[in-house]
Ligand binder design. Structure first.
Ligand code: MN
Length: 187
């Protein structure tokens, strides 16, 4: 059984970029609901003692497990999301070097993240990931998909489901993306 992760900051810590109200709904209701649904679906099954990542790998692309896959993916993705806050201040030097190699400047990386968020149609996630050869790239995934099943290691992400920003930004997704990248990811 899984528990909702502890938030690594106070619910009002993301103000003014993200309101306390949004965090309360996003973490306390949406993220909690994904955890609850996974627990409900794995109880008494072969999945009940597995790590979250293993559940995701084993249910990927299997229509009979699609609901479990989607919800487990969303638990994982939100765990990464809350842990992405402030990550720009914590990147180790090898990741910084790889960012410079691929994107040249932090401005260019920021621009790419915002651009991908704005043009993404529907519900999903924008990620900075590391490929098997160590190369970094910006990746978009749909719904509850995670980069894990595509062979990438996540470094950080940005939630572009409407529930992540709609209470604060309504249709101004670009404003959310710009503020999130610069002030919360601190990229
Ligand atoms: Mn979300």
């Amino acid at each position: 059984m899984f528990e909702l992760m502890k938030l690594p900051f106070k619910e009002n810590a993301l103000v003014p970029v993200i309101s306390e109200n949004t965090v309360q709904f996003h973490y306390g209701k949406h993220h909690q609901a994904y955890v609850d649904k996974v627990n409900e679906l794995i109880a008494g099954t072969e999945f009940q003692d597995m790590a979250l990542e293993e559940i995701i790998e084993r249910t990927f692309d299997k229509p009979e497990y699609q609901v479990l896959y989607n919800n487990a993916g969303q638990v994982f993705n939100h765990n990464v999301y809350w842990n992405s806050i402030g990550i720009g201040d914590r990147l180790d030097s090898s990741v910084k070097d790889k960012i410079a190699e691929v994107f040249e400047t932090r401005d260019a990386l920021r621009e790419k993240l915002v651009d991908e968020a704005v043009k993404f149609f529907g519900s999903g996630w924008i990620w900075l990931v590391e490929g098997s050869g160590g190369k970094l790239s910006v990746l978009a995934t749909r719904n509850g998909d995670t980069p894990l099943v595509l062979g990438y290691k996540p470094i950080f992400n940005m939630d572009v489901w409407e529930h992540a920003y709609y209470l604060d930004y309504q249709n101004r997704k670009k404003d959310y993306a710009e503020a999130f990248v610069r002030q919360l990811l601190k990229i």
